[in-house]
Design a protein around this ligand. Structure first.
Ligand SMILES: [Zn+2]
Length: 654
C-alpha cells in the first residue's frame, strides 16, 4: 500500500506538469502575438519543476530496487534451489564431485594399500572417506555457478540419471565377517558377508611365517576357494571396495588351518578291559574327536581329547572295535576337521583255550600277563619246585585279609593238564568280570569275603612229558630213568611226575610205601611225601591253616564228568553242600558207587579231609580219554566257568 501510494503521487504529478506544459505552449503561442519575455519565464519555471520531479523519481526507483530484491529471494527459496538438481546438465563435469572418469586411476584419491599395507587395518584415513559422502550436498547447492547449462550437447545419453544422488555409496564400517570351511583335503572355501554397496572384494592371505599380507583375489563374489597345505596356518581378511573412488571397508581377520594327519597310531592294553590309544599329533591339530564302533554298529562319538592319547576303560574282550580319531583345528571363529585315522582293537583273553598243549611255559606267560593286567587283584607265589626244576605256582585272587580261603588244586596227574587251562581261564574270567555278576553273584563281593588259592599245575614235569615227551625233561639222569619205566612208550598218557611217582598216592593218609612200580601211573613213591610236588602242597595247606580258615578244597582231575563228594564224619554237611552245588552247576554225575572197592592210598582229597579236617571234593572233567582234546574245552568251560566262584561264595558264608 505504501509503495502504491508513492507511485500514484508521482504519476499524478507528472500528469499535472504535462498539462501545464501544454497550456504554457498554448499561452506562448498566444503570447507570441502579445509578449515574448513572459513566454520564456513560464517555460523555464515549468521545465525546472519537471527536472526536479524526474530526479526525485529516479532516486526513489533506485531505492525501491534495493528493497524489492530482498523479498524476491526470501519468498522463493525452493525455487532457486531446485535448479541445483534439475538444471544441472547431465554429464556435465561438476567440479570436485564427478570429475573422476570411470576407470581412470586417480592417484590422489586411491587409498588402495596394494600389498604394502594391511587392508583391514589401514583403510583410508577416516577423514578422506567422509567428503565423498558429505561434501556432495554442499557442492550441489551452487547450481547458479554452473556455466552454460544449455551448452551440454547430448544430455539424454548420460546413463543412470537417478544414480546421481546415490553416487557416493554408503560405506559399512563394521568389519565384514569371514568364515572358512574345508573343501577336500587341501582347500579352503573362504566366504564373507555381503555389503550392499560394495562393488568388489579383495581377499587377502597371510601364510604362517609370512610378514606381509598378500592379495590373492579380487572378485565380485562373496566366496573363494584356495588351495593350501594341511598343517599350516593361514590368515584371511577381506576388503570390500565401494564405488568408483575405491573406498575400502574393513573385515575381521580369521586364522584357519587344516590339521595335519595323525600318524603312528597304536594301542596298549593297560588292563584286562582297558586300553590306551596313542598317536602322533599332526601339525595344527588342537584336539581330537574320538569315535568308536563295534562290528555290528555305527561309529559313535566317545569323547574329545586335547592330548594325542585316549584311554578306553571299558572294552569288551573278544569284540572287535574300530576307533576313529579326527584331528580338529579350532579357534573362536572356525572349526576345521582333518583326516580321519582308524585303528582296530580286539582284546583277546590271555589264557588261550584253543591251545591243545597248555604247557608250563604257557602258564608262566599267562601268570605274567594277568599280573600285569590285574595288578593287586592277582597275586602268585612259587610254593615249590619239581624234580626237573619247574616252579609250582600258587595263584591267589580275592581278599587275603578276609581270614577265609578256598584251595583249588589241579593237574596232580600229568595228562590231565586241561585242568590247568581251566583254572587259569577261571582266574582270568573272574578278574575280567570283577565288577560284574557271575552265576548270580557279584564277583567283587565274593572275592572281598574270601581268597581263592589255586595251584593250577601241581605236576609241571608230568605235563611236559605228556605234552612233549621225555625230551622235555631237561635233567639227563631223570630222563634216562624215565625212558626205562613202564608206560615210557606212550608219554602222552603219563600220569606221574618226572620220577615216575603218582602224586595222588604220595600223601600221608592211608599211605603204603612202594606200591606199584615207578612209571606212568600208580606208584606211591618210596615213602610218604617223597615228592617235592607233594611237599609243596602240604606246606601250602599248613601255611594257610596257620593264618586263615580254609573253608574248603577242590581237586580238578580228568576225565569222566563225575564228582567225588563221598565222606562220613563231622565235615559231612559242609562237604555235601560243596558236592551238591558242584553237581548242580556242572551237571556231572554222582560218584556214588564209583570208587567203592579198592581203598585209595595217599590220596590228596582224603589227606585234606581226614588229616587236615577240611571239606573237599574232586571233579573229573571231560568225557573223552586223557589227554582231553582241546575241542572239548568249550563244553567243559560251560560246566565249570562259575564253579569255583560259586563254591567260594558258598564257603565264605555271609
Ligand atoms: Zn587225576
Amino acid at each position: 500500500m505504501k509503495k502504491f501510494s508513492k507511485w500514484y503521487k508521482r504519476v499524478v504529478c507528472i500528469l499535472v506538469i504535462s498539462s501545464l506544459i501544454c497550456s504554457v505552449s498554448n499561452v506562448t503561442e498566444v503570447a507570441a502575438e502579445t509578449s515574448e519575455p513572459f513566454k520564456d519565464v513560464v517555460m523555464e519555471t515549468t521545465l525546472k519543476s519537471l527536472a526536479r520531479i524526474f530526479r526525485q523519481m529516479k532516486e526513489d526507483t533506485a531505492k525501491d530496487a534495493e528493497e524489492v530484491q530482498k523479498p524476491e529471494i526470501t519468498v522463493q527459496p525452493e525455487v532457486t534451489q531446485e535448479p541445483a538438481v534439475t538444471a544441472q546438465p547431465e554429464g556435465t563435469p561438476e567440479p570436485g564431485v564427478t570429475t573422476q572418469p570411470e576407470g581412470t586411476p586417480e592417484p590422489g584419491v586411491t587409498m588402495q594399500p596394494e600389498g604394502t599395507q594391511e587392508p583391514g587395518a589401514t583403510t583410508q584415513p577416516e577423514g578422506t572417506q567422509e567428503p565423498a559422502v558429505t561434501t556432495q550436498p554442499e557442492e550441489t547447492q551452487e547450481p547458479v555457478v554452473t556455466p552454460e547449462p544449455t551448452a551440454t550437447p547430448e544430455p539424454v545419453v548420460t546413463p543412470e540419471p537417478t544414480a546421481r544422488p546415490t553416487a557416493a555409496p554408503v560405506v559399512d564400517k563394521t568389519p565384514i565377517k569371514i568364515s572358512v570351511r574345508k573343501k577336500g583335503k587341501d582347500k579352503f572355501v573362504i566366504s564373507w558377508q555381503k555389503r550392499k554397496s560394495a562393488g568388489q572384494y579383495k581377499l587377502w592371505q597371510k601364510k604362517q611365517g609370512a610378514k606381509k599380507w598378500k592379495e590373492i583375489k579380487t572378485t565380485k563374489k562373496i566366496n573363494y576357494s584356495v588351495k593350501i597345505k594341511p598343517g599350516r596356518y593361514y590368515k584371511y581378511k577381506v576388503t570390500a571396495i565401494y564405488g568408483k573412488k575405491k573406498v575400502i571397508g574393513r573385515s575381521e581377520t580369521i586364522t584357519a588351518c587344516i590339521p595335519g594327519d595323525t600318524k603312528g597310531i597304536s594301542y596298549k592294553r593297560i588292563a584286562s578291559r582297558k586300553i590306551s590309544i596313542s598317536w602322533i599329533k599332526g601339525k595344527g591339530a588342537k584336539k581330537f574327536i574320538v569315535y568308536r564302533k563295534l562290528p555290528d554298529g555305527d561309529f559313535k562319538k566317545v569323547t574329545t581329547v586335547n592330548k594325542a592319547n585316549y584311554k578306553d576303560l571299558k572294552v569288551a574282550i573278544g569284540k572287535k572295535y574300530v576307533y576313529k580319531i579326527i584331528p580338529v583345528y579350532e579357534n573362536d571363529k572356525v572349526k576345521i576337521y582333518g583326516s580321519n585315522t582308524y585303528i582296530g582293537v580286539l582284546l583277546r583273553d590271555e589264557v588261550d583255550t584253543e591251545l591243545q598243549n597248555y604247557s608250563y611255559k604257557e602258564l608262566g606267560k599267562d601268570i605274567n600277563a594277568l599280573k600285569k593286567l590285574y595288578g593287586s587283584r592277582f597275586n602268585y607265589n612259587i610254593i615249590g619246585q619239581s624234580a626237573d626244576e619247574r616252579n609250582i605256582y600258587e595263584i591267589i585272587i580275592g581278599n587275603q585279609d578276609s581270614g577265609q580261603a578256598i584251595l583249588v588244586v589241579a593237574e596232580l596227574h600229568a595228562r590231565e593238564y586241561m585242568t590247568s587251562q581251566l583254572c587259569m581261564k577261571q582266574i582270568e574270567y573272574y578278574l575280567q568280570n570283577y565288577n560284574e555278576e557271575i552265576g548270580g553273584v557279584k564277583v567283587s563281593d565274593v572275592l572281598r569275603r574270601i581268597a581263592i588259592h589255586y595251584v593250577p599245575m601241581a605236576n609241571p614235569d608230568g605235563a611236559a612229558i605228556s605234552q612233549y615227551g621225555f625230551s622235555a625233561i631237561r635233567n639227563t639222569s631223570l630222563r634216562k630213568k624215565l625212558l626205562k619205566m613202564p608206560g615210557a612208550g606212550n608219554p602222552s598218557l603219563w600220569k606221574a611226575n618226572a620220577r615216575g611217582v603218582d602224586l595222588n598216592k604220595n600223601y600221608p593218609y592211608e599211605y603204603v610205601a612202594r606200591q606199584g612200580r615207578r612209571g606212568s601211573q600208580g606208584y606211591t613213591g618210596p615213602k610218604k611225601c617223597s615228592e617235592p610236588e607233594t611237599i609243596a602242597i602240604i606246606n601250602l595247606v599248613n601255611k594257610l591253616k596257620k593264618s586263615v580258615t580254609i573253608r574248603g578244597e577242590i581237586n580238578y582231575h580228568a576225565t569222566g564228568s563225575i564228582i567225588f563228594g563221598d565222606y562220613e564224619g563231622p565235615l559231612k554237611k559242609a562237604i555235601t553242600d560243596m558236592y551238591e552245588l558242584a553237581c548242580n552247576i556242572t551237571g556231572y554225575a554222582s560218584s556214588t558207587g564209583y570208587s567203592g572197592d579198592n581203598k585209595s592210598v595217599g590220596n590228596l582229597r582224603e589227606f585234606v579231609m581226614y588229616k587236615k579236617n577240611l571239606p573237599s571234593i574232586t571233579l573229573e572233567i571231560g568225557t573223552k580219554p586223557c589227554p582231553l582234546p582241546v575241542s572239548e574245552f568249550k563244553e567243559i568251560w560251560k560246566k565249570n566257568k562259575d564253579l569255583i566262584l560259586l563254591e567260594a561264595n558258598l564257603l565264605a558264608g555271609e
